[in-house]
Design a protein around this ligand. Structure first.
Ligand code: URA
Length: 221
Protein backbone atom coordinates (compact mmCIF):
# COMPACT_ATOMS: atom_id res chain seq x y z
CA UNK A 1 0.00 0.00 0.00
CA UNK A 2 1.53 3.32 -1.04
CA UNK A 3 2.00 6.13 1.44
CA UNK A 4 -0.25 8.30 -0.73
CA UNK A 5 -3.06 5.76 -0.55
CA UNK A 6 -2.69 5.47 3.22
CA UNK A 7 -2.81 9.26 3.54
CA UNK A 8 -5.88 9.42 1.25
CA UNK A 9 -7.72 6.93 3.44
CA UNK A 10 -6.73 8.73 6.61
CA UNK A 11 -8.04 12.02 5.23
CA UNK A 12 -11.27 10.38 4.09
CA UNK A 13 -11.87 8.72 7.46
CA UNK A 14 -11.13 11.93 9.34
CA UNK A 15 -13.75 13.80 7.32
CA UNK A 16 -16.24 10.94 7.61
CA UNK A 17 -15.73 10.84 11.39
CA UNK A 18 -16.49 14.56 11.57
CA UNK A 19 -19.69 14.04 9.56
CA UNK A 20 -20.75 11.15 11.78
CA UNK A 21 -19.89 13.25 14.82
CA UNK A 22 -22.43 15.86 13.76
CA UNK A 23 -25.16 13.24 13.23
CA UNK A 24 -28.34 13.57 15.28
CA UNK A 25 -30.56 11.09 13.45
CA UNK A 26 -31.29 9.18 16.67
CA UNK A 27 -32.13 10.27 20.19
CA UNK A 28 -28.90 8.63 21.41
CA UNK A 29 -27.03 11.15 19.25
CA UNK A 30 -28.22 13.85 21.67
CA UNK A 31 -27.42 11.83 24.78
CA UNK A 32 -23.92 10.48 24.09
CA UNK A 33 -20.73 12.16 25.24
CA UNK A 34 -18.67 11.13 22.22
CA UNK A 35 -19.44 9.76 18.82
CA UNK A 36 -17.25 6.65 18.73
CA UNK A 37 -16.49 6.46 15.03
CA UNK A 38 -13.80 3.76 14.98
CA UNK A 39 -10.03 3.52 14.91
CA UNK A 40 -7.13 1.53 13.61
CA UNK A 41 -5.13 0.95 10.49
CA UNK A 42 -6.88 2.51 7.47
CA UNK A 43 -5.24 -0.21 5.36
CA UNK A 44 -6.15 -3.04 7.76
CA UNK A 45 -6.67 -6.54 6.37
CA UNK A 46 -9.07 -7.32 9.21
CA UNK A 47 -12.02 -5.21 10.31
CA UNK A 48 -13.61 -6.01 13.67
CA UNK A 49 -17.19 -4.85 14.08
CA UNK A 50 -18.86 -4.79 17.49
CA UNK A 51 -22.29 -3.77 18.68
CA UNK A 52 -22.04 -0.24 20.01
CA UNK A 53 -19.99 1.84 22.43
CA UNK A 54 -20.33 1.21 26.15
CA UNK A 55 -19.73 3.62 29.01
CA UNK A 56 -15.91 3.72 28.81
CA UNK A 57 -15.98 4.05 25.02
CA UNK A 58 -18.50 6.89 25.28
CA UNK A 59 -16.28 8.62 27.82
CA UNK A 60 -13.08 8.27 25.80
CA UNK A 61 -14.46 8.38 22.25
CA UNK A 62 -12.65 5.16 21.31
CA UNK A 63 -14.07 1.70 20.51
CA UNK A 64 -13.41 -1.32 22.72
CA UNK A 65 -11.38 0.33 25.46
CA UNK A 66 -13.27 -1.03 28.48
CA UNK A 67 -13.11 -4.55 29.92
CA UNK A 68 -14.46 -6.13 26.74
CA UNK A 69 -11.84 -4.18 24.82
CA UNK A 70 -9.04 -5.53 26.98
CA UNK A 71 -10.23 -9.04 26.22
CA UNK A 72 -10.53 -8.21 22.53
CA UNK A 73 -6.90 -7.03 22.51
CA UNK A 74 -5.88 -10.39 24.02
CA UNK A 75 -7.98 -12.29 21.48
CA UNK A 76 -6.31 -10.43 18.62
CA UNK A 77 -2.84 -10.87 20.12
CA UNK A 78 -3.51 -14.63 20.30
CA UNK A 79 -3.65 -14.68 16.50
CA UNK A 80 -0.65 -12.40 16.14
CA UNK A 81 -2.61 -9.28 15.36
CA UNK A 82 -1.70 -6.23 17.40
CA UNK A 83 -4.69 -3.92 17.86
CA UNK A 84 -2.96 -1.20 15.78
CA UNK A 85 -2.93 -3.51 12.74
CA UNK A 86 -6.70 -3.95 12.55
CA UNK A 87 -9.59 -1.53 12.19
CA UNK A 88 -12.14 -1.60 15.02
CA UNK A 89 -15.60 -0.07 14.92
CA UNK A 90 -19.25 -0.74 15.78
CA UNK A 91 -22.65 -1.04 14.12
CA UNK A 92 -23.67 2.17 15.89
CA UNK A 93 -21.38 5.05 16.78
CA UNK A 94 -23.34 6.45 19.74
CA UNK A 95 -23.79 4.64 23.05
CA UNK A 96 -27.29 3.14 23.33
CA UNK A 97 -28.49 3.59 26.91
CA UNK A 98 -31.50 2.95 29.08
CA UNK A 99 -32.28 4.70 32.36
CA UNK A 100 -32.38 2.22 35.22
CA UNK A 101 -33.37 4.18 38.30
CA UNK A 102 -30.71 6.87 38.53
CA UNK A 103 -28.21 5.03 36.42
CA UNK A 104 -27.70 4.91 32.67
CA UNK A 105 -27.11 1.34 31.51
CA UNK A 106 -25.90 -0.01 28.18
CA UNK A 107 -28.46 -1.67 25.92
CA UNK A 108 -28.34 -3.30 22.50
CA UNK A 109 -28.95 -0.90 19.61
CA UNK A 110 -32.44 -1.09 18.09
CA UNK A 111 -32.85 -1.78 14.34
CA UNK A 112 -33.73 1.86 13.57
CA UNK A 113 -30.50 3.05 15.21
CA UNK A 114 -28.48 0.49 13.28
CA UNK A 115 -30.18 1.52 10.04
CA UNK A 116 -29.47 5.21 10.70
CA UNK A 117 -25.81 4.45 11.37
CA UNK A 118 -25.34 1.97 8.54
CA UNK A 119 -24.17 4.50 5.92
CA UNK A 120 -21.24 5.40 8.17
CA UNK A 121 -20.31 1.74 8.59
CA UNK A 122 -20.71 1.04 4.87
CA UNK A 123 -18.41 3.94 4.11
CA UNK A 124 -15.77 2.57 6.50
CA UNK A 125 -15.96 -0.85 4.84
CA UNK A 126 -15.74 0.74 1.40
CA UNK A 127 -12.66 2.85 2.09
CA UNK A 128 -10.74 0.37 4.25
CA UNK A 129 -11.71 -2.57 2.01
CA UNK A 130 -10.57 -5.21 4.51
CA UNK A 131 -9.92 -8.75 3.34
CA UNK A 132 -11.82 -10.22 6.27
CA UNK A 133 -14.58 -9.00 8.60
CA UNK A 134 -15.05 -10.36 12.12
CA UNK A 135 -18.49 -9.60 13.57
CA UNK A 136 -18.61 -9.70 17.37
CA UNK A 137 -21.89 -10.78 18.90
CA UNK A 138 -25.39 -11.34 17.61
CA UNK A 139 -26.42 -7.73 16.84
CA UNK A 140 -23.35 -7.13 14.64
CA UNK A 141 -23.74 -10.51 12.91
CA UNK A 142 -27.47 -10.00 12.35
CA UNK A 143 -26.89 -6.60 10.81
CA UNK A 144 -25.04 -8.36 7.97
CA UNK A 145 -26.60 -11.81 7.91
CA UNK A 146 -30.23 -11.11 8.71
CA UNK A 147 -32.43 -11.16 11.78
CA UNK A 148 -32.70 -14.95 11.84
CA UNK A 149 -28.94 -15.45 12.23
CA UNK A 150 -28.20 -17.44 15.38
CA UNK A 151 -24.80 -16.73 16.93
CA UNK A 152 -24.86 -19.99 18.92
CA UNK A 153 -25.67 -22.13 15.88
CA UNK A 154 -23.93 -20.28 13.08
CA UNK A 155 -20.80 -18.66 14.46
CA UNK A 156 -17.50 -19.88 13.09
CA UNK A 157 -18.82 -20.23 9.53
CA UNK A 158 -17.66 -18.13 6.58
CA UNK A 159 -20.26 -15.99 4.84
CA UNK A 160 -20.13 -13.59 1.96
CA UNK A 161 -20.25 -10.23 3.70
CA UNK A 162 -20.63 -6.70 2.32
CA UNK A 163 -18.75 -6.06 -0.94
CA UNK A 164 -18.22 -9.87 -1.10
CA UNK A 165 -15.74 -9.68 1.79
CA UNK A 166 -15.48 -12.98 3.75
CA UNK A 167 -17.24 -12.49 7.08
CA UNK A 168 -17.23 -14.67 10.17
CA UNK A 169 -19.07 -14.14 13.46
CA UNK A 170 -18.06 -15.09 16.97
CA UNK A 171 -19.21 -14.41 20.52
CA UNK A 172 -18.80 -10.88 21.84
CA UNK A 173 -16.00 -10.53 24.44
CA UNK A 174 -18.54 -8.97 26.87
CA UNK A 175 -20.57 -12.18 26.61
CA UNK A 176 -17.48 -14.23 27.50
CA UNK A 177 -16.87 -12.00 30.51
CA UNK A 178 -20.46 -12.37 31.73
CA UNK A 179 -20.08 -16.13 31.90
CA UNK A 180 -18.35 -18.07 34.63
CA UNK A 181 -16.87 -21.48 35.27
CA UNK A 182 -17.31 -24.27 32.75
CA UNK A 183 -19.56 -22.21 30.47
CA UNK A 184 -16.85 -19.58 30.10
CA UNK A 185 -14.24 -22.19 29.24
CA UNK A 186 -16.47 -23.69 26.57
CA UNK A 187 -17.22 -20.27 25.04
CA UNK A 188 -13.51 -19.41 25.05
CA UNK A 189 -12.78 -22.68 23.26
CA UNK A 190 -15.33 -21.81 20.56
CA UNK A 191 -14.01 -18.26 20.19
CA UNK A 192 -10.46 -19.59 19.90
CA UNK A 193 -11.54 -21.92 17.12
CA UNK A 194 -13.20 -18.98 15.27
CA UNK A 195 -10.13 -16.80 15.72
CA UNK A 196 -7.91 -19.50 14.29
CA UNK A 197 -10.13 -19.48 11.22
CA UNK A 198 -9.59 -15.75 10.87
CA UNK A 199 -5.82 -16.28 11.07
CA UNK A 200 -5.95 -19.07 8.49
CA UNK A 201 -8.09 -17.01 6.11
CA UNK A 202 -5.73 -14.02 6.35
CA UNK A 203 -2.73 -16.29 5.74
CA UNK A 204 -4.40 -17.97 2.78
CA UNK A 205 -5.29 -14.62 1.24
CA UNK A 206 -1.71 -13.42 1.53
CA UNK A 207 -0.18 -16.46 -0.17
CA UNK A 208 1.05 -15.92 -3.71
CA UNK A 209 -0.73 -18.11 -6.27
CA UNK A 210 0.63 -21.65 -6.41
CA UNK A 211 3.34 -22.10 -8.98
CA UNK A 212 1.16 -24.74 -10.59
CA UNK A 213 -1.68 -22.24 -11.13
CA UNK A 214 0.64 -20.01 -13.13
CA UNK A 215 1.06 -22.76 -15.70
CA UNK A 216 -2.46 -24.14 -15.81
CA UNK A 217 -2.09 -24.75 -19.52
CA UNK A 218 1.36 -25.71 -20.77
CA UNK A 219 3.22 -22.81 -22.33
CA UNK A 220 3.25 -22.88 -26.12
CA UNK A 221 6.81 -22.76 -27.32
N1 URA B 1 -18.86 -3.38 23.12
C1 URA B 1 -19.02 -3.11 21.81
O1 URA B 1 -19.77 -3.77 21.11
N2 URA B 1 -18.31 -2.12 21.30
C2 URA B 1 -17.47 -1.38 22.01
O2 URA B 1 -16.85 -0.48 21.45
C3 URA B 1 -17.31 -1.70 23.37
C4 URA B 1 -18.02 -2.69 23.91
Amino acid sequence: MSLQERARRERFLEKAAATAGACRKCQIGFERRHNVYGEGDPCARLMVIGEGPGETEDLLGRPFVGRAGELLDKMLAAIDLPREDVYICNTVKCRPTVLDGEKLRNRAPVPAEMANCRPYLDEQIEVIAPQVILALGAPAAKSFLGVHFSITKSRGIWYEGPNSIPLIATFHPAYILRQGGMAMNETKRQVWSDLKQVREKLDALRKPPEQADLFESPPVI
